[in-house]
Design a protein around this ligand. Structure first.
Ligand SMILES: [Zn+2]
Length: 169
């Protein structure tokens, strides 16, 4: 089953990321506190919570999932542990799930089933979560002009994610 969500452009999501970061009183240069945010989900969704789960509780190969109707984020234990230790890719996984929760529950972006074969990127909940997570972790007001290695180190992301983000500035 494919889902479609009301369209948001990267520009929309970039402004949203600035708003979220400002509300958390983060400076543009502060690394996004991915794991700490899991403890603060109720800022966005009053009844939201997260669980750390064993590998067999998620789909095969899945790192994490968000059950929107119940406002639960489930993170695989090894992913959570590595995110706590500062691994960029795992931190991004955590923020990706938080992005889903904020958009679909906190802000109520409208989600509908899609009967088309292909959902346009701007309306794809996965594209939106990927985009918002990147914008949250790498503040566009900060990273312009930096190298991908600097962005990776200062923002706590993988160099691959840093390269992708810099290509969007
Ligand atoms: Zn996702």
């Amino acid at each position: 089953m494919k889902y479609s969500v009301e369209a948001k452009s990267r520009k929309d999501l970039r402004l949203l990321a600035h708003h979220i970061r400002d509300r958390l009183r983060l400076k543009p240069s502060d690394a996004f506190p991915a794991v700490e945010m899991l403890e603060l989900l109720d800022i966005w969704v009053p009844d939201a919570f997260f669980e750390i789960v064993e590998e067999d509780e998620l789909g095969k190969g899945a790192h994490a999932e968000t059950e929107i109707t119940k406002s639960i984020i489930r993170i695989r234990e090894d992913i959570y542990d590595r995110a706590c230790a500062g691994n960029g890719r795992d931190r991004m996984t955590v923020v990706h799930e938080i992005a889903h929760l904020i958009m679909l529950r906190g802000l109520g972006f409208r989600l509908t089933r899609s009967f088309r074969d292909k959902v346009k990127a701007y309306s794809d909940p996965e594209w939106q979560a990927k985009c918002l997570a990147g914008e949250l972790m790498m503040d566009s007001r900060y990273i312009a002009g930096m190298t991908s290695a600097e962005v990776a180190r200062k923002c706590g992301v993988s160099e691959e994610a840093a390269k992708l983000q810099l290509s969007k500035i």
